[in-house]
Write a protein that binds this ligand. Structure first.
Ligand code: COA
Length: 321
């Protein structure tokens, strides 16, 4: 038994910000950003929220799967930039789309969040608790990015992606791995709310996202190929059997480095970060939805999904479309 993706959806804020606009704000250039990252533009919220983007992506995924919101049993939202501390984003989405029969909660594994949510749905279905799940990755990172820090503000974008999954007997998720290394949490981090109560007032507070770019880069290029190979081994497949590698969209050079280590051509690694930047937990389902809508996914194809991010977290999933 496993789970199969039966529908995908995505949503982006209406406002697109090209590199040229960033160049007017910090000391950088379009050429530098494109050469070092592959990013040309990103979408930035002008009022869209993590909940509204996730709800739009979820509605589209349900429509694509031919399902109604009332049929959903488990609703998971992966996000590290929720609109509120409580209630969770998934409950807001449940209300927006009318998924009244679903249990709804959030999950935060940063950029590996969607992947971990997919694996969580697999575990619930495998255990016989639920028969289906609606999973979204949604981020409004523009509110935690320091728009005066050229090392980070060039990278990130806002958006959401979603997938509807259902119990299946054949195909679907064939194998996965997931890891977390909390000892390296400071490599990529962002504060939440300042500790401020009558007994303690915290002065130093990290309000914006902070990152050691080189460390993250090295971690991704080293770790992702290991994860992909381990997940493929669990699925009884090899790199040559994979039709498409749908990787977290952080930096084109990272993807090229991973492809090289796996000994696979870049034409099996679709990329959309040139248009949307790094959308964290939304990146994998956003790209998956693009591929689905372009008709590039055919039933029976073997896909590898793999992500990495703050935590540090990482994982890979092999599935038959
Ligand atoms: N424009 C121009 N110059 C910049 C710049 C920018 N936006 N950002 C950094 N620089 C400068 C640095 O200050 C440094 O200058 P110095 O040599 O005078 O000190 C120089 O460019 C090289 O910096 P470096 O950090 O070595 O560049 P890089 O090639 O590693 O690229 C990143 C930086 C952030 C693009 C890259 O490390 C990266 O993408 N890392 C992964 C980040 C990531 O994916 N995070 C999210 C994970 S989910």
């Amino acid at each position: 038994m496993s789970i199969k993706i039966l529908g995908t959806g995505s949503a982006l804020p209406v406002r697109r910000v090209m590199n040229e606009e960033i160049v007017r704000m910090v000391d950088t250039s379009d050429e530098w950003i494109r050469e070092r990252t592959g990013i040309g533009g990103r979408h930035v919220s002008v009022g869209e929220t993590a909940a509204s983007l996730a709800a739009d992506a979820c509605s589209r995924a349900l429509e694509d799967a031919g399902k109604t919101a009332e049929e959903v049993e488990l609703l998971l939202v992966a996000t590290c930039s929720p609109d509120e501390v409580a209630p969770c984003t998934a409950c807001r989405v449940q209300d927006r789309i009318g998924a009244g029969n679903a249990v709804a909660f959030d999950l935060n594994a940063a950029c590996a969040g969607f992947l971990f949510a997919l694996h969580t749905a697999w575990a619930y279905v495998e255990a016989g608790i639920y028969r289906n799940a609606l999973i979204a990755g949604s981020e409004v990172l523009s509110k935690v990015v320091d728009w005066e820090d050229r090392g980070t503000c060039i990278l990130f974008g806002d958006g959401a992606g979603a997938a509807y999954v259902e119990k299946c007997v054949e195909g679907g998720v064939l194998g996965f791995v997931q890891h977390a290394d909390g000892s390296r949490g400071s490599v990529l981090s962002c504060g939440s709310r300042r500790l401020d109560n009558p007994w303690f007032g915290q002065r130093d507070f990290q309000k914006y996202l902070q990152m050691d770019g080189r460390e993250v880069f090295a971690f991704a290029v080293r770790q992702v190929p290991l994860n992909v190979e381990a997940a493929l081994e669990k699925a009884g497949l090899g790199v040559a059997d994979v039709d498409l590698f749908v990787l977290h969209q952080a930096n084109r050079r990272i993807i090229e480095g991973i492809a090289k280590r796996l000994g696979a051509d870049m034409d099996r690694f679709p990329v959309n970060l040139d248009r949307v930047g790094n959308t964290s937990s939304a990146a994998i389902p956003l790209l998956l939805d693009e591929l689905n809508r372009q008709g590039r996914l055919r039933r029976g194809m073997k896909l590898v999904l793999s992500g990495f991010g703050a935590g540090l977290t990482c994982g890979a999933c092999v599935l038959e479309w």
